[in-house]
Design a protein around this ligand. Structure first.
Ligand SMILES: Cc1cc2nc3c(=O)[nH]c(=O)nc-3n(C[C@H](O)[C@H](O)[C@H](O)COP(=O)(O)OP(=O)(O)OC[C@H]3O[C@@H](n4cnc5c(N)ncnc54)[C@H](O)[C@@H]3O)c2cc1C
Ligand SMILES: NC(=O)c1ccc[n+]([C@@H]2O[C@H](COP(=O)([O-])OP(=O)(O)OC[C@H]3O[C@@H](n4cnc5c(N)ncnc54)[C@H](O)[C@@H]3O)[C@@H](O)[C@H]2O)c1
Length: 487
């Protein structure tokens, strides 16, 4: 039996709980996965964006002719990229992070799967055999989420002995597939389609809905779905009804040996021949098998742990953060929640809340997308006196330089308060350009102050954002009313 002050289940964002403020507490960190450090580092944000950067370079070469730069792309050396990303960097960082914790005599690092045996006790099935009991004053559930594969697809794949890939495995394929079916129309589908098609793979997307990235503002959905159809074979309003072995030259499960291929039948009756099937149909919180019922920790219908605004679960002394409990499956949100829980463990009498207002997100696809706050439709439903402006990149000086014809920045504001309620960009550098809009919303800055209270560098691409804000038909400043206080 190990006795500690704080036991953390999960080494992703949970690893960040060991702060200076909690230096006098004895921790146990329990990690059951193959690698230390969680999703973002090992199979999520970081490796995907390292691949995305390569995809951007390859795309720039391909598109250079439009600007008078004739260049040809010989090939993307997939295995070299893969080895640089994983062997050269990610795997080393994960191993170093694990070694750092293992060498730290002030904490216990346990490698194994944890489950509750009581409100403050855990049993850990150790990866190298045996079990360990842990008793803790406080327990933090930071177990994240995992790819969820629809049962009907899993069943046909099993019948045919076809390996389905997820984002966990697809970046480590033994070689670049010639043809890939991406199932799903969300974040991962859009990013992986960009990566693999830029690398030279023919990508087909099967999406259940009528459009891709449906959570976005309608204007962006339309632009993106159109651009996606230009780049990939996009089959909207379809599901996968069958998978069979056979379908041309293929990359098979166990080697990279080119064998027989896969034929996927879609619900519209069409067949698609591919080498690899990537399932990107959402991620489920990793909370089953944790014995939460034994501890008395409540969960939502979708499996997320129920937490209050401070990260407390329904059991005293048990906390949760990140994908295991959050309505947002985003690393910057998980990090924010980890900072709040670390503070709350150190200062129980002065707790901090999870701030889920104006949470931004970016999709690193082609074109890039970033969004914060409400869509226009959400703002209308919320009763905002909506005013919008859609600013084309192509109507600004740097947009001329890029000969851009499709990228836009759309801002959604409340006419009466003069405040922004949403900002949405699709185009180059969207994830960077959006930051002033995030800032305005976070600090409740009026549009008038933001747009004319500072310089905007000419002729930088930020003029797209400046012009979008300038184009909003807001009430005159003297007529603007107070914005409602933030929760
Ligand atoms: C392909 C992909 C790309 C992404 N890109 C982005 C991006 O660009 N930007 C962004 O903001 N977000 C991105 N995300 C989302 C982001 O990765 C997650 O929101 C974030 O990593 C969640 O962190 P977490 O700490 O909650 O969970 P995790 O990092 O998943 O950590 C949970 C850990 O708990 C361990 N664990 C689970 N159950 C147990 C148990 N019972 N016992 C012991 N250990 C256990 C797991 O092995 C894991 O290591 C991406 C996700 C994916 C899959
Ligand atoms: N850049 C980023 O910040 C980033 C990148 C990747 C992932 N993520 C996070 O990870 C989460 C998971 O990503 P994701 O792309 O797997 O999920 P998602 O929720 O973004 O998209 C899931 C897609 O699968 C479809 N789908 C769901 N069930 C289906 C079924 N049974 N059959 C067919 N289609 C089905 C949905 O309609 C949707 O199009 C994201 O929601 C996001 O929060 C973030």
């Amino acid at each position: 039996m190990i006795d500690v002050d704080i036991a953390v289940i999960g080494s992703g964002s949970g690893n960040g709980l060991v702060t200076h403020e909690l230096a006098d507490r004895r921790f146990a960190i329990i990690e059951g996965g193959d690698v230390f450090g969680g999703t973002c580092l090992n199979v999520g944000c970081i490796p995907t964006k390292m691949y995305v950067h390569v995809a951007e370079v390859a795309t720039m070469v391909r598109e250079g002719g439009r600007l008078g730069v004739d260049a040809t792309l010989d090939r993307v050396r997939f295995t070299d990229v893969r080895d640089r990303v994983f062997a050269g960097r990610i795997d080393q960082i994960a191993a170093a992070g694990e070694a750092y914790r293992r060498d730290d005599t002030s904490l216990e690092l346990l490698r194994g799967h944890a489950r509750f045996t009581g409100p403050r006790t855990l049993r850990v099935d150790l990866r190298d055999g045996g079990t360990e009991e842990v008793r803790a004053g406080q327990i933090v559930i930071a177990t994240g989420s995992h790819a969820s594969i629809p049962e009907e697809i899993a069943a046909v794949a099993e019948r045919e002995d076809i390996t389905l890939h997820t984002s966990d495995t697809v970046m480590r394929l033994p070689e670049r597939p010639e043809r890939m079916l991406v199932v799903g129309g969300g974040f991962i589908a859009a990013e992986m389609a960009h990566i693999f098609s830029a690398f030279g793979t023919r990508v087909t997307i099967s999406a259940r809905g009528g459009e891709l990235l449906r959570h976005l503002d309608d204007e962006l959905v339309e632009v993106f779905t159109t651009r996606a159809r230009e780049q990939w074979d996009v089959r909207t309003s379809t599901t996968v009804t069958d998978l069979r072995r056979g379908g041309g030259d293929v990359l098979r499960r166990d080697a990279g040996a080119s064998k027989e291929g896969i034929t996927a039948t879609l619900s519209d009756g069409s067949d698609v021949e591919v080498d690899v099937v990537l399932v990107a149909t959402g991620r489920a919180p990793s909370t089953s098998g944790l014995g939460l019922d034994v501890a008395g920790v409540d969960v939502h219908d979708d499996g997320r742990v129920v937490v209050d605004a401070h990260g407390r679960t329904t059991v005293d002394g048990v906390w949760s953060l990140g994908d295991a409990s959050s309505p947002f499956q985003l690393k910057h949100v998980a990090n924010h929640e980890a900072r709040a829980v670390a503070h709350n463990l150190a200062h129980p009498d002065d707790p901090r809340v999870f701030d889920h207002d104006a949470v931004p997100a970016a999709v690193f696809t082609h074109p890039q997308i970033a969004s914060v706050g409400m869509t226009e439709a959400e703002a209308v439903t919320a009763g905002v006196d909506v005013v919008t402006k859609v600013q084309k990149y192509g109507d600004t000086a740097y947009g001329w330089a890029m000969e851009d014809t499709t990228s836009v920045c759309k801002v959604v504001a409340d006419r009466r308060t003069g405040r922004l309620v949403g900002g949405h960009l699709i185009g180059p550098e969207a994830s960077t350009l959006i930051q002033p809009l995030i800032q305005m919303m976070a600090f409740d800055q009026p549009v008038s102050q933001m747009v004319r209270g500072q310089y905007w560098i000419h002729p930088a691409l930020t003029e797209v954002v400046e012009n979008a804000l300038l184009g909003l038909d807001l009430n005159p400043v003297e007529d603007q009313i107070e914005s409602p206080p933030r929760a």
